[in-house]
Design a protein around this ligand. Structure first.
Ligand SMILES: C[S@@+](CC[C@H](N)C(=O)[O-])C[C@H]1O[C@@H](n2cnc3c(N)ncnc32)[C@H](O)[C@@H]1O
Length: 271
């Protein structure tokens, strides 16, 4: 399924409850995944650097601050007041416009295009579509706020490997043809087409569990393609530096340099 409208309130409530914890985990500059996978992939696909960017589901503003430091005029939005509060507190001295926006709300998305004056040169949504209960309104309405053929770059937990609830990681020992033993980690996938809502956590220890909205690649991209968007850039970065040291000795994504936990994609509207 693509949209789960009955779960939006629950989802936003969970992000309100977890906002402080999330902010602490992300810090000013984002966590290891953000810094090494998400930001480089997103910045690459945003080239050439636009002068204005609309960010959706900005969380604690880690990426908005990056963009602002590049001289980009950023309007950063999120459905959670508590996330925006944390973002503002961390952004003294930055000229970022913070706006509360629930991207499942068609009239709020329509109002945004009017309020902005000139259309944005690009839109970004980092690591959030799998946290957003309904994505159809966004793909329908976002073109109203964007300049012609402006890019919409988004990153998500990789829809195939699905880091998160229900994922099965494994580590195995393999004997090579030279009689040596090597150990390899990977992911077991048995339910890719069985999309659904799964409750889980984003950060170990967070106060409230949250819903994740699984979508296959077909569900995700067809929702966009059916509304006039085309895909013209994609990245599947993996962790090749061994991670941030937190997972030492543990089964973890940090030990899978050949499996991308994140996918970054660039769409343009040709409607
Ligand atoms: C995993 S966080 C990502 C935050 C930030 N983009 C980052 O990369 O650190 C997911 C974000 O999605 C936001 N969110 C969830 N549902 C939303 C909705 N319906 N509209 C707008 N934002 C939403 C949450 O408040 C949260 O800030």
């Amino acid at each position: 399924m693509v949209d789960y409208p009955d779960y939006n309130a629950d989802s936003v409530e969970a992000w309100e409850a977890n906002a402080e914890f999330w902010d602490e985990a992300q810090g000013d500059e984002g966590n290891h995944w953000q810094r090494t996978l998400v930001f480089p992939g997103t910045l690459e696909l945003l080239q050439p650097v636009p002068t204005t960017v609309l960010e959706l589901a900005c969380g604690n503003g880690n990426f908005a601050r990056q963009l602002s430091r590049l001289g980009i005029a950023v309007t950063a939005t999120d459905a959670s007041e508590a996330q925006l509060r944390g973002a503002r507190q961390r952004s003294d001295g930055y000229k970022i416009k913070w706006v509360r926006l629930d991207v499942t709300d068609r009239s709020a998305l329509a109002a945004l295009s009017g309020a902005a004056g000139a259309p944005f040169g690009a839109a970004v949504c980092n690591m959030a579509l799998m946290d957003i209960a309904e994505i159809t309104p966004l793909f329908d309405m976002l073109p109203l706020s964007l300049a012609d053929e402006a890019p919409f770059v988004f990153s998500v937990l990789h829809p195939v490997f699905r880091p998160g609830p229900q994922v099965r990681l494994f580590r195995e020992r393999i004997e090579t043809e030279h009689g040596q033993f090597i150990e390899e980690s990977g992911v077991k996938i048995s339910n890719y087409l069985d999309t659904r809502v799964n409750y889980g956590i984003a950060v170990k220890g967070q106060p409230s569990i949250q819903p994740y909205f699984d979508r296959t690649l077909t569900e995700l991209f067809s929702t966009a393609f059916d509304r006039g968007w085309v895909l013209d850039g994609i990245r599947e970065p993996s962790i090749t530096d061994g991670g941030d040291g937190d997972a030492e000795g543990r089964l973890s994504w940090d030990h899978m340099p050949n499996i991308p936990p994140v996918m970054v994609a660039r769409l343009r509207h040709r409607g």
